[in-house]
Write a protein that binds this ligand. Sequence first.
Ligand code: ADP
Length: 500
Amino acid sequence: MNNYLSIEKNLTKYIDAGFPMLYIRTYEEEKADRHILAAAGRREVLEWNGADGFVNFKTKVPFIQNQSLESTLAFLKNGKELDRKLLVVKDAIKEFETGKITSLLKEIARKIRIGDIDTTVIIVSSELQIPKELESLITVMELGLPDEKEIYTIIEKFLEENGIDGVFQGLLDEMSTAFKGLSESEIRNLLSLAISSDGELTRKSLQLIFDQKQQMILKAGILEMVPLKESIDDIGGLENLKEWLQKKATVFKDIKKATEFGVTMPKGVLIAGVPGCGKSLSAKAAGKLFDVPLLRLDMGRLMGKYVGESEENMRKAIQLAEAISPCVLWVDELEKAFAGIGSGAGGSDVTTRLFGAFLTWMQEKTSPAFVVATANDITKLPPELMRKGRFDEIFYVALPNPEERGKIFEIHLKKRRKDDVKEIDMEKLVEETEGYSGADIEGVVGESVENAFVRGSQRLTTNDIADCIKHTQSLSEIMKEPLKEMAKIYEERKFKKASR
Ligand code: ADP
């Protein structure tokens, strides 16, 4: 992958070396244009784009109105018009659907290779989808999002251009961090917006940046920003897991000092086990505990219909999470995405590749994007995932023990009927809820409160709740056998127990 600033150098190098086709992946066409123009030197640049057809690269004025890519390439492939020039193609992915375009590009590439034409075709797109036949002919360059140092330079340049000085160093540093995940043009737009609304750059501008980032995540559609509501105190029991998370939070909050001290960057945790027992709750609480944004990766939404789309989505999600880091990335229902690996079923190729991308990322990750993956059924997960080096730890969440049930009752009762809690016989409730999950208990509390209200009671009593328990089927009644089976596997694999 190419560094954002060295792209121009590489472009020049590839063009001079006669590479037939380059693929610049970027969210910012304008920026790509600037780099191409600089790298072109004295060569003239031609462009085809989906909006206007065959155009003058600098002015974007069409040579002929709405000329199709096919006829443009057919015209250019003879060579004369293209010699010692560059051809930029935008919006090409849709065009690839017809095999004709691929054949024409192949033919042009062949002529470049044998020295018939001296040119380079540069495809510019935000997504990476290359037809198989062109794979060996194309060199991919990434115009990634700017990193913190580069953002700093962008801000400095912007301030200089606009004659603004006297911005505090500390604020500049904070802004450079806050802008992470945005492209150069987005950063410049936001700076203009901040200045036109406040007349200067202040702490208030930071809020604008955060709001904008949230917008961006929502627009991408694969990641969702989860509001930080739940805290570690909302989790009843799971003391081992909570203690472990707290330790990692201490490291994470002071990551610079910690790494200087020699501490390894925390990678993440896999929390697996019985449904409704606080796995998602723990993931959500981790965001607040770590004091960073919480991003939820929806595995269902990640799986696209087109070849390459799921991997592309995974790549985008990882890139966004890295750019927004420090953050907690909650990968929900991990087993859903990775079901079917190696099973030979349709689509398993995609899942295998997806899984590979995820594993590699987990293995090599050095950014402060802490992964909390949750899974209900670990038996569906491939064993590679459980190997050391991927997650820092794997926890197994079981049905709550008596002490934990008491705590879960207390948490949910306090949320709804704070004043009634002291009158309630917890021991009795705990005794009668053997085999209930945390979600079952929450359900019982919710329902008994509602019943009491409908009946016109002033208070909630132990009997109200006990009545409700009698009418509720617990999770272990519903899924007795699968739960037993799961518990056995967890014991065998010696995962850490989330409960003490
Ligand atoms: P899962 O383990 O399937 O991810 P959740 O964490 O989503 O389950 O639990 C569902 C709901 O049940 C939670 O929102 C919470 O209200 C309740 N709950 C489950 N476990 C606990 C717990 N240990 N402490 C408090 N509430 C719990």
